[in-house]
Write a protein that binds this ligand. Sequence first.
Ligand SMILES: [Zn+2]
Length: 422
Amino acid sequence: MPRSTSPGAFRIHASNLQRRIDRLAEVATTRLAYSEEDIRGRQLAMEMMREVGLVVSVDAAGNILGRRAGSRNLPPILFGSHIDTVREAGRFDGVLGVVAAIECVAVLQATDLLTLHPLEVVIFANEEGQNFGALCGSRAAVGDISSEDLQRSDASGRTLSDAIRGVGGKPEELESSIYADGRFCAFVELHIEQGGELDRLGIPIGAVEGISGIQHTDVLISGIANHSGTTTMEARHDALAAAAELILVVREMALQLHSCRVANVGRLVVSPNSVNIVPGSVELTVELRDMQATRIARTMEAIKRRTEDIGERYGVSFEFLDRKFMEPVPAHPAVLAAIEESCQALQFPFQRIPSGAGHDAQMMARIAPMGMIFVPSVGGISHSSKEFTEAEDCARGAEVLLETILRLDRLPDEAAIGVAYS
Ligand SMILES: [Zn+2]
């Protein structure tokens, strides 16, 4: 008989989690996707999965799945993250979500608890996209990788297809093994925040409201290049000075006007880029991120309006080219509620926060109700060897993950999620 499932009945021991994090770090801290180090990390992770009784398989896209049976014939609850890294990475990005998922299963195993739904732990291939683009494994799993993508090659000339095959995937079967909508009951991912909000507020858990949408718009500012010694200040058509004002407007939109969550100009090309020539043209990219597409659109419109005045004062013209837009991906209300109720039951302070970074969860949201749990990154540092999350925070995150899974498992039936989902 399964034992009691009262909240907090299952402790995740911080030391067990740390041991698993250490073991993966010992393989190598830089494990670029599909590299030898990544493959060794994957082998170790699969070993850990088998140790806790998971039945391990690799899907066509090279994602690792570990299954634990449930007592009923229901769609599995999927949870996990990734273990591939950026160059000179930290120890927690992705890894925490995977080792916590394994530790959750270890705890269930030790206490003999059988869930109603089968449980599946997933390790997505190539989340970081240091080659072949980000979220490769999760994109492939939902049918977002084309046959042209598979033929693309990295700097070494290896194709994505070969890379997937190298980690045990079957690129030729990619199309036939796409995860169908409804295949999973839900997807939950625990991840370090990567930003500094939770750390700053001293709050241990972030209930992620969703993954921010992103707008990239190229702006071409055209003035007139001329001799910087002979052209009077009044006669100039200085594209770079106009760009400087535009950059401050973009910053003001998020910082003072709160028109969108964050705004950035991180790319600038000045022409002719010479010390003694008044800049004739500038090309830059404005990036806006927010949880609401309408706020992103309104902010971009406001920025465009402000350039009318800038253009007049500097004698330059502005041209806008919307290059990329990614819709915000909200967390599923039922999964978000399960996360927040778990925090309450475990008496962990929590706060709703958006994710500024992309995650595999945004792909899984296409086929399953999705939710994410964040834990603090000290100083908001990530993608760096200085990345750090306190052991106790890691353990609290894992306990919320386990409690969330058990709550989702006990929801009356699929309809409870299905209704809210549609
Ligand atoms: Zn990550």
